[in-house]
Write a protein of this length. Structure first.
Length: 211
């Protein structure tokens, strides 16, 4: 009986933690990191003041978990598309499409991520999450490129790809009309085509994703 009660209590705690993380994520998308206060997170989650420190060590812990949650959403978008890829070129397009989800390519989301990048410059925990994102990006692109591209050329390509990706999101935050979803994808696709060249692109388009 005691074991069952402990399990139920643990389950309730997990649910409350998730609710607070998701509440923090909604605020993050609307107002960026600077808008995240303990009071606003609790209000957004519909919980009493002070409850946050019962489920988390402090506000920084819930913010860290919130960024992990936000990163996971983008990673899941990429993984979902990679599963449907038929060729190695499709895998690259899946990475591009996954990093520009249609329902999230808006000014608020872009500015939220800009605020995270600014904070990561002097927050080690955020910087670690940022490095994890870049490693995953490198891994996904490298797995698509290896059969057709020399390994020594993959690192500089991915560096340029990541810079373009970050730049497009930064530009999206400037204005509602500055850059569209289609333009963002097109820019990154053209960068990829121009960097790799027609011969390599053609080979990637002919290679089954399983190989």
């Amino acid at each position: 009986m005691g074991t069952q009660t402990k399990k139920q209590k643990k389950r309730i705690e997990e649910i409350r933690r998730i609710e607070l993380i998701e509440a923090a994520h909604r605020i993050f998308i609307r107002d960026g990191l600077k808008g995240l206060t303990t009071t606003r997170i609790c209000n957004e989650a519909g919980m009493s003041q002070g409850i946050l420190t019962y489920y988390f060590k402090d506000k920084d812990e819930v913010l860290f978990e919130m960024v992990r949650h936000a990163n996971r959403i983008l990673m899941d978008e990429v993984v979902m598309r990679l599963r449907g890829a038929r060729t190695h070129w499709d895998r690259i397009i899946a990475v591009i499409d996954g990093n520009f989800p249609e329902t999230r390519f808006d000014r608020n989301t872009a500015n939220a991520w800009v605020s995270f990048y600014a904070e990561a410059a002097h927050n080690r925990r955020y910087a670690r999450l940022q490095r994890l994102f870049y490693r995953r990006l490198h891994s996904n692109l490298a797995s698509a490129l290896v059969p057709a591209v020399n390994r020594a050329e993959i690192d500089p390509f991915v560096l340029g790809f990541a810079a373009m990706l970050d730049g497009i999101w930064l530009r999206r935050g400037h204005s509602e009309a500055d850059i569209s979803l289609a333009q963002g994808k097109q820019l990154l696709t053209r960068y990829t085509e121009n960097s790799l060249g027609p011969a390599i692109v053609g080979r990637l388009q002919s290679l089954p994703a399983a190989e």
